[in-house]
Write a protein that binds this ligand. Sequence first.
Ligand SMILES: [Zn+2]
Length: 262
Amino acid sequence: MEAIKHQDPKRKKATARSKLIESGVWKDHSDQSVEIAPYELPMKVNDKVYNFQVSPWIFNQGSDEEDMYFVASYGSHNFKNNAPLVRLQSLCPHGHYFHSSHCDCDEQRDLAMEMIVNDSIGGFLVMAVGERHAGRGIGHSMIAGLYSYGFKTGRDVVTESFNDLGFHQDERDFSASMAVLQKMGVSNIRLMTNNPDKASQIDSSNSINIDEVVPLIGQVTPESLKERVLLARSGHNYDQHELDQAVQQVVDQQGHHPLERW
Ligand SMILES: [Zn+2]
């Protein structure tokens, strides 16, 4: 075993890949995408377990542009004729690794899964896990630096810190997510999002039709309130009345506006 452990990791991966191709579960397509055959995975949704099907896809494999997706689906297998619910979720290091309540990414993923398993048709949770999606598209190291910068300077981490560091507040490009859905035979979707930019990127691509935009509004918490207020200001669809009430509650109980604190 020691001998194998010390072999060149690149060589080991190449050998494994050949074995996976041989066994028929790894398919290299001519457009540089890789399709890994689906498998079943039990997932906990509201303390009940549901068997999702996981289909992994990789784009531009081995290059700086590599982009990986875990597509979890549940429900009808006739998604060609019935528009599935679709959540395009980008990896959020804080929300998804640490269940941070500073943002609502973790909660939105859980809510999307809950809606998918309770829907008569079902749908897809497309988890974009690569650097090109992490931290609203700026990657792990930059989102870590950006949060640290925001914490030190008091600049918010939704718009101000992105601007200060020379980034657009959302650097993500959803074209590959749509390509994944197309490859899986989906043409019409019910998109779960509060982000109008996501919906308009998909709309203008003309590759996937949005039959309906379904909002994902979770519970407002004091910790995630600041981010929600800032996202609402930049056009995300939250219930403004509910936000105003939550802000007033924080002002009454803690004596400061949520935007004044980290
Ligand atoms: Zn997040």
